[in-house]
Design a protein around this ligand. Structure first.
Ligand SMILES: *[C@@H]1O[C@H](CO)[C@@H](O)[C@H](O)[C@H]1NC(C)=O
Length: 247
């Protein structure tokens, strides 16, 4: 959830295996990014695991749509270990008021649902271009025995949404709100099931927050990613189509 903690970043090469030896990785400049997307392993919570790993490989790129795959396994600890994701490089650091649309498609499948993980978009906004995060906006397509960050929980220990049964982008969502200690976190979760074939304008979620939840349209969109936050278990997440463009 800390986008800056990109412990491993690799440039887009088709095809490549992200679990390349460390000595090869050390020669890649990860400080500047080019092209539409990066693939990031983002193992920000890996030190909480007793063992495990995640890797990713890009399968194909056609226009602005890519196919990719991640294989991960983590044991131990209660927190998220990795957010293996596709990171958008193009069109960032606009103010929300200047974004006209963010068309996206995401079609995926996962080898098992018996894990603790999510499949989600992760966006960050800041007071300035490239600045530190003020708001994190997550759009979950799947909740595999995990749960959102929330300021409120009921007596059964379940997160309590701040908005229920919200119709947006062709699906019904519950919206949760809380803090990860560094920034606000807004999480849209589907009210039921998983969304394995998603096609919508991601800007609708940002517009909802600026219109209804007091998020300033002067905020800058600094980060836009789609991936899986993996806590424990073993899974292969196969994305046959992913696209996210910021207009
Ligand atoms: C949301 O929808 C579900 C299913 O229709 C319903 O049971 C629930 O009461 C609704 N929640 C709210 C807060 O309206």
């Amino acid at each position: 959830m800390f986008s800056l903690a990109k412990l491993s970043a690799l440039l887009l090469i088709v095809p490549f295996v992200a679990s390349a030896p460390v000595e090869k990785r050390a020669t890649i400049d990860t400080s500047s990014h080019c092209g539409l997307f990066d693939s990031l392993l983002d193992q920000w919570g890996a030190s909480g695991a007793t063992s495990g790993s995640d890797c990713a490989n890009l399968v194909s790129l056609s226009g602005t749509t890519l196919a990719w795959k991640t294989v991960w396994t983590w044991t131990g600890g209660n927190g998220v270990k990795s957010f293996t994701n596709i990171n958008v490089n193009s069109g960032l650091n606009k103010q929300l008021s200047a974004i006209s649309s963010m068309p996206s498609t995401w079609t995926w499948s996962q080898s098992t649902s018996s894990v603790v993980a999510d499949v989600a978009y992760d966006l960050f906004t800041s007071n300035s271009a490239g600045g530190s995060a003020v708001n994190e906006i997550m759009i979950w397509l799947a909740n595999f025995n995990a749960g959102p960050i929330s300021a409120q929980f009921n007596s059964a220990g379940q997160a309590v949404p701040i908005v229920s049964n919200l119709s947006l982008a062709g699906h019904t969502w519950n919206l949760y709100f809380g803090s990860n200690g560094a920034n606000n976190v807004y999480s849209f979760l589907p009210t039921s099931g998983t969304i394995t074939s998603f096609s919508a304008d991601i800007n609708l979620f940002l517009k909802y927050l600026t219109t209804n939840r007091g998020v300033s349209t002067a905020q800058f969109l600094t980060t836009a990613q789609g991936g899986t936050e993996a806590t424990s278990g073993s899974a292969t997440l196969t994305t046959s189509a992913f696209s996210l463009v910021i207009n």
